[in-house]
Design a protein around this ligand. Structure first.
Ligand code: ZN
Length: 233
């Protein structure tokens, strides 16, 4: 099994295990994502699986089927979904995750290599779909605020996540950064404006920092705070 598929399966399990510990009334409350309740997060995760099912269809048939009709439609669907009863949202999340796994399981080698387009407009091979899903379920499992932390996610996934965000942030030409992990063999550089700011921390904390989550545990030059980063994902 390719690592993307393995992480998608692991992340799905981590997410649903965390979700199972949250009673329905907690889903009305805030998550770690500003402005989003647990229900928003659940609606987003379910809609994300449906959107990736569209990409799996595209890969299988060659017939273009975008993830979302538009950015506005995506956001409107999350808002509408967040008003649904918790039991419906839970069922939608489970059903859509199962459908995605099933549809991906139907792809043959040629279909896996077919190019599809992400919601951000990037053209990628269908082999990227499980990775896109892994990122969502793993990172949002932390956002649920149900006891999962970045440190609970697999090291290999965290390193791949840092690679991924580093590449995206490099393309966005933000400020230059050099990241050094204290507990893992790895240094990452984001080219950008100015002298690169040095940021140091454990792998899990660097992943949290880069993805725009709670930046504790990372330090900047001379042990001071690391520069603030714009939001990602
Ligand atoms: Zn997301």
């Amino acid at each position: 099994m390719a690592r993307g598929q393995r992480w998608m399966a692991q992340g799905t399990e981590i997410f649903f295990d965390a979700l199972a510990t949250l009673p329905d009334d907690r889903l009305e409350g805030p998550t770690r994502l500003a402005g989003w309740s647990g229900k928003h997060l659940l609606a987003h995760l379910a809609a994300n699986a449906d959107a990736l099912v569209n990409l799996a269809y595209w890969a299988r048939t060659g017939e273009e089927r975008p993830m979302y009709a538009s950015r506005e439609q995506r956001d409107a669907d999350i808002e509408a979904g967040a008003k649904s009863p918790a039991s419906e949202l839970r069922a939608w999340a489970v059903r859509s995750a199962a459908t995605l796994e099933e549809r991906l399981g139907e792809l043959d080698e040629r279909q896996w290599s077919r190019e599809v387009r992400t919601a951000q407009g990037r053209t990628v091979a269908a082999t990227e779909i499980p990775w896109m899903r892994a990122r969502e379920v793993m990172v949002h499992a932390v956002d649920l605020d149900a006891g999962v932390e970045f440190g609970d996610l697999p090291d290999g996934f965290l390193a791949a996540l840092i690679d991924d965000i580093t590449a995206k942030r490099s393309a966005a030409a933000e400020r230059a950064l050099t990241l050094t992990a204290t507990d893992h063999d790895g240094t990452w550089t984001i080219p950008g404006s100015g002298e690169p700011a040095q940021v140091t921390g454990a792998l899990a904390d660097l992943a949290a920092y880069l993805s725009g989550r709670r930046p504790h545990g990372v330090t900047g030059a001379d042990g001071g705070p690391a520069p603030e980063l714009p939001r990602w994902l």
